[in-house]
Design a protein around this ligand. Structure first.
Ligand code: B12
Length: 211
């Protein structure tokens, strides 16, 4: 089994130690850092997302795979920066103001990172101004908003409206998600896209960036 095959398996199995070891071994064997991401981590996380969507995997398995992917990314990221490889897009992500739920948001952030995006994670309880400041200063082309409470879903609209007021609405695509959020709600607040899972978030982000 090649080092990339071992890494692929380690991410799917959620074994972070094996993922880190296989990443080190692949680099030592001369595998290009970008190939590790696009040829291995992205397909592995795609497979994890697929298993999650068909209920073969649940949240704990997703978290373990995300941790394994992160262990590999921690080794690969500095090398990618050194080679000047361009990310597919730059995403500012956060859970909206008033909402402290961040497990789903963290999964989405990990999946996006594994999917080749540069991710700027602002954490939870993020005010509209912070999203705007980060998107502008980091020159992001995507903003991802998460909400888990029906009472904080309205902060998504407030955030989108704030981008409009700041004159930045045309500069970024905004995608939304979280358990209470629906496509209908996303449409009603003027979001560019809605994803119901971390796997769907990657496909959606790729579509929005390509549009
Ligand atoms: C864990 C949890 C907590 C933890 C959060 C810990 C943390 N660090 O996140 C704690 C204990 C802190 C908490 C607190 C509260 N909670 Co709570 N919590 C939950 C619980 C059990 C699980 C949420 C979760 O992590 N799910 C797993 C993740 C993976 O799923 P997810 O978040 O939906 O994310 C997936 C998708 O939605 C999507 N996604 C998510 N974000 C995004 C973003 C984008 C852009 C895209 C595309 C996709 C996407 O991808 C993810 C992965 O596939 C839910 C119940 C439940 N079963 O959902 C209640 C729940 C969300 N909580 C609830 C409540 C009421 C509260 C409190 C108000 C309780 C209280 N009285 O204090 C507080 C609120 C605190 C606050 N201000 O936020 C209610 C919400 C009810 C409602 N309709 O509003 C729920 C539904 C429980 C219930 N049945 O009553 N909670």
């Amino acid at each position: 089994m090649s080092e990339l095959e071992k890494l692929h398996e380690a991410v799917i199995e959620g074994d972070w130690k094996a993922a880190a070891a296989a990443t080190e071994a692949a680099i030592a064997a001369g595998v290009a850092p970008l190939l590790i991401v696009t040829g291995c981590l992205v397909p592995a996380m795609d497979e994890v997302g697929r298993r999650f969507e068909c209920e073969e995997y649940f949240v704990p398995e997703m978290l373990l795979s995300a941790r394994a992917m992160k262990a590999s990314m921690a080794i690969v990221r500095p090398l990618l920066v050194a080679t000047g490889a361009q990310p597919i897009g730059r995403v500012v992500i956060g859970t909206v103001k008033g909402d402290l739920h961040d497990i789903g948001k963290n999964l989405v952030a990990s999946m996006l990172e594994g999917g080749g995006f540069e991710v700027i994670d602002l954490g939870a309880d993020v005010a509209p101004e912070r999203f705007i400041e980060a998107a502008a200063s980091k020159n992001a082309n995507l903003v991802a908003l998460s909400a888990l409470l029906t009472v904080t879903m309205t902060s998504m609209k407030t955030t989108i409206d704030a981008f409009q007021t700041a004159g930045l609405r045309d500069k970024v695509k905004i995608m939304v998600g979280g358990a209470p959020v629906t496509q209908q709600y996303a449409d009603s607040i003027g979001a560019d896209g809605y994803g119901e899972s971390a796997g769907a978030a990657v496909a959606l982000a790729r579509k929005l960036v390509a549009a």
